[in-house]
Design a protein around this ligand. Structure first.
Ligand SMILES: [Zn+2]
Ligand SMILES: [Zn+2]
Length: 179
């Protein structure tokens, strides 16, 4: 069972496009909102798709947004954190006899995995580095504790470290080029 899952990704939310393909160019319908969820690289993605499908002269155009969230470890403190995600989708899927004209083709039985499209859109919109909201405390550069280096108890223990710390730029001071 686990082997199967590793070889081919299971369908997420497959939509039969036969009704819209039977319409003439300009025909359109709105999909009822649908949910998708997947683990990608140890982070969890969840979204709700709000999509419309339009008939084009070559196939269909899939347009809308996926509202979702990304749950993973904060890049600074490693605690689990959640960030909102919004991904726009605007893709044309071509009828299979149009192979070669585009990357996305309508599959067997006039179906297309709209859920997979939604997950790919979320993955493209993902935050590369997550951080806590509200921001987690800055880690001390001297001992790694949850306090600014200025307030570090270690600093007062060693006057040489205190001298060093006073030479460091204060938090917020950016080294800006002059002139
Ligand atoms: Zn954090
Ligand atoms: Zn400290």
């Amino acid at each position: 069972m686990e082997d199967d899952a590793a070889i081919s990704r299971p369908p997420v939310f497959v939509v039969d496009l036969s009704p819209i393909l039977a319409e003439s160019v300009g025909g359109t319908f709105s999909l009822a909102p649908f949910e998708v969820e997947e683990l990608i690289d140890g982070e969890s993605f969840h979204g709700v798709g709000h999509l419309r499908i339009d008939r084009t002269n070559r196939g269909v155009r899939i347009v809308g947004v996926v509202d979702g969230r990304q749950v993973g470890a904060c890049g600074r403190c490693l605690a689990a954190t959640t960030a909102p995600l919004e991904a726009a989708i605007d893709e044309e899927a071509l009828e299979s006899n149009r192979a070669g004209e585009g990357a996305l083709l309508i599959g067997k039985g006039n179906s297309i995995d709209i859920g997979r499209l939604a997950l790919e859109a979320l993955d493209l919109a993902r935050h590369l580095v997550l951080s806590c909201t509200p921001p987690c405390p800055e880690r001390c550069g001297l001992c790694g504790g949850e306090h600014p280096a200025d307030a570090c108890p270690e600093r007062s223990l060693d006057p040489r470290l205190a001298g060093l710390a006073s030479l460091l730029p204060h938090a917020g001071d950016e080294e800006a080029p002059i002139g």
